[in-house]
Design a binder for this molecule. Structure first.
Ligand code: IDP
Ligand code: MG
Length: 139
């Protein structure tokens, strides 16, 4: 069943000019890109987007990283998109991510890990809505 998910190509990816390679990988994996924007997140946006982590010790550093340069935010569609993207991304810590995953190939460490992916269909809907109007999602 076709499903939507949400991804961010993080500032480390854009800075290192890996965005094209990761988009190419996502297309090879069967994702359709329904919407994409290049944005420089404000501190307020990053804090709100990661509000679930606000009490974690890494929160301030994460917000600083996510606002350190431009990102690509994208709405993706594929069969089983949420779970499939999480598998292709690999573990949160790039140094522990399985060989062949995006984070293993393009990430640096547990914070600078190249890519975000929604962790549930419900959060995918919320996260797409955080950055896109319904009219900006083109199927
Ligand atoms: P996820 O991106 O694999 O879903 P989460 O636990 O939701 O991982 O964490 C959100 C983001 O916060 C991670 O992608 C990473 O950039 C950062 N992060 C997570 N855990 C740590 C940590 O222990 N130290 C530093 N940064 C972290
Ligand atoms: Mg997460």
């Amino acid at each position: 069943m076709k499903q939507q998910t949400f991804t961010i190509l993080k500032p480390d990816t854009v800075m290192r000019r890996n965005a094209g390679a990761i988009i190419s990988r996502l297309e090879q994996e069967g994702f359709d890109i329904l919407g994409a924007k290049r944005l420089h997140l404000t501190v307020e946006q990053a804090r709100a987007f990661y509000a679930v982590h606000k009490d974690r010790p890494f929160y301030n550093s994460l917000v600083e990283f996510m606002t350190s340069g431009p990102v690509w935010v994208m709405a993706l569609e594929r069969d089983n998109a949420v779970e499939y993207l999480r598998r292709v991304m690999g573990a949160t810590d790039s140094q522990k991510a399985e060989k062949g995953t995006i984070r293993a190939q393009f990430g640096t460490n547990i914070e600078r890990n190249a890519i975000h992916g929604s962790d549930s269909p419900e959060n995918a809907r919320i996260e797409i809505g955080f950055f896109f109007a319904t009219s900006e999602i083109l199927r």
